[in-house]
Write a protein that binds this ligand. Structure first.
Ligand code: VGL
Ligand code: ZN
Length: 201
């Protein structure tokens, strides 16, 4: 067991990001058993869950003439448009059946405000509206976080960079992550994480 300063943060291991899901990440389900093993090694486990209302503003379906994976300018900055996914209470939003989700002590839901997306476990995409995870971790005395899950280049990347900026010691275990890789986004994410001081293992 790792020491009490450490937490495992499992990002968005949900049906919609696994093969057959609405926003499937290639091999997304391959990481589930590895994550289960890791969960047993950490004294604290946090899960995040992408949790959108129907008609969320990040869905291409809400923007006339736009298709999934196209970019749009939102009041808070550029935003990729996605297929409808992870709708609150749907099967697609549920955790992968094989994931030992019962092991988690807290589940951070994100993306629940219609008008703003939230990739990071710490802040919405305006980079300032907090989810509360920072306070949760600090009040438990956690200063070191290991991140795994989906997708490497979006939610894992944004979460890891934010955690590093907030002063946490951050490791991303790439073997327990899978990426979307949109126009080189995976390489850009690796570079951005390394620059932010994240350890890629
Ligand atoms: C994610 C796109 C949209 C993710 C969530 O979990 O990486 N990506 N919503
Ligand atoms: Zn989403």
């Amino acid at each position: 067991m790792r020491d009490a300063s450490q937490a495992l943060i499992v990002i968005d291991v949900q049906n919609d990001f696994c093969p057959g899901g609405a926003l499937a990440v290639e091999g997304g389900d391959e990481i589930v058993q590895r994550i289960n093993t890791l969960m047993a090694e950490f004294p604290a486990v946090v899960l995040t869950q992408d949790w959108h209302p129907a008609g969320h503003s990040s869905f291409a379906s809400q923007h006339e003439g736009m298709a999934p994976l196209e970019m749009i300018e939102m009041p808070y900055g550029p935003q990729v448009l996605w297929p409808d996914h992870c709708i609150q209470g749907s099967r697609g939003a549920a955790f992968h059946e094989g994931l030992h989700a019962d092991r988690a002590e807290v589940i951070i839901r994100k993306g629940f405000r219609r008008e703003i997306d939230s990739y990071s476990a710490f802040f919405e995409n305006d980079h300032e509206t907090p989810t509360g995870l920072e306070g949760y971790l600090r009040s438990r005395g956690i200063s070191r976080v290991t991140m795994v899950g989906l997708a490497t280049d979006f939610c894992v990347n944004f979460s890891a960079v934010d955690a590093a900026r907030l002063g946490f010691e951050v490791t991303v275990l790439e073997e327990a992550c899978r990426g979307i890789d949109l126009d080189g986004s995976l390489e850009a994410a690796r570079k951005g994480m390394a620059e932010a001081g994240v350890t890629l293992a």
